[in-house]
Design a protein around this ligand. Structure first.
Ligand SMILES: [Zn+2]
Length: 176
């Protein structure tokens, strides 16, 4: 960051007393510009023993498969954001059943909140963001074609919960 979003003056990186990290501080209006991770919300959408995956029609990872997920918007709850992403990427209507996992990627400043959601009906279709949308059982998934470690984490835990007949919140991270 180079300029203050309040007044347009130059900012400086300053280590303030009793603060963990240096912050961008405006030399003119003294505004402190904190930078924090972005929330990504999405769903493991399931129908019986299958999950809904979207083939990405956008970069990054064009052509690979992914859970419907994306950045939470300002003014939106995490659950509403997750349902909106499912609609935008799969044109599917779902009911949130609970939180499935929290997955952090500190290197790129992202925290995923992935919910478990059941399909309300069997209507779903490709969208501008997804070239294909389909239901997969565990053995039907080609794991080499799953786009992100967050999706692999969420899916592996979904299928192990399914085998064990349990549902709980999983906490993970990618620190590579
Ligand atoms: Zn300023």
């Amino acid at each position: 960051m180079n300029f203050c979003s309040h007044c347009g003056a130059v900012v400086q990186l300053v280590h303030l007393p009793n603060d963990a990290l240096p912050r961008y501080v405006c030399a003119t209006c003294a505004a402190i510009h904190y930078q924090n991770p972005k929330m990504v919300t999405g769903c493991v959408v399931y129908r019986q023993n299958r999950v809904l995956l979207c083939k990405r029609a956008i970069e990054p990872c064009f052509g690979m498969w992914n859970l419907p997920a994306g950045y939470l918007e300002n003014g939106e709850t995490a659950e509403k954001g997750a349902m909106r992403e499912v609609w935008e990427e799969a044109h599917a209507e779902v009911s949130i059943q609970g939180l499935h996992c929290i997955y952090s990627i500190p290197r790129i400043n992202q925290v995923y909140l992935i919910f478990l959601a059941s399909l309300n009906n069997l209507q779903f279709s490709p969208t501008s963001e997804s070239s294909e949308v389909a239901l997969f059982s565990e053995t039907e998934i080609n794991w080499n074609e799953i786009a992100f470690t967050s999706s692999v984490f969420a899916l592996k835990h979904f299928f192990s919960d399914l085998r064990e007949g349990t549902a709980r919140v999983h906490i993970g991270s990618f620190t590579g």
